[in-house]
Design a protein around this ligand. Sequence first.
Ligand code: FAD
Length: 89
Amino acid sequence: MMQKAASLYDSGDDFGAAEAANMAKYAAGEAAIASLDQAIQTHGGGGLTQEYGLAAMLGAARIARVAPVSREMILNFVSQHSLGLPRSY
Ligand SMILES: Cc1cc2nc3c(=O)[nH]c(=O)nc-3n(C[C@H](O)[C@H](O)[C@H](O)COP(=O)(O)OP(=O)(O)OC[C@H]3O[C@@H](n4cnc5c(N)ncnc54)[C@H](O)[C@@H]3O)c2cc1C
């Protein structure tokens, strides 16, 4: 999706690029926290110790759901502009 966004941007399709970039950002944010959570779970209590270094990544992985644009605002964008649904706010 990121490559699609880059390709659309290069071709001058600003709307298509924004749509794809939003989708890529949403998926990346979800994947980051889901994979880190699974890694912690795999190591059990050890996953939260300093030695594994996973707990230290929690803030960095979690912030991708909020900044620079929150996942809710991405879903708002996709629902309104891609799916043609009424603006929800
Ligand atoms: C570490 C960090 C670095 C940052 N760096 C920058 C930067 O360099 N430049 C910059 O411009 N900004 C930066 N920001 C700000 C960032 O863009 C905002 O935090 C982000 O856009 C979310 O806005 P907010 O924090 O005001 O949350 P709010 O807008 O108050 O949102 C709070 C919650 O309500 C939800 N929400 C809000 N409106 C709606 C809606 N209409 N529909 C559904 N849900 C909604 C949000 O999804 C979120 O879950 C940074 C933030 C952080 C945490």
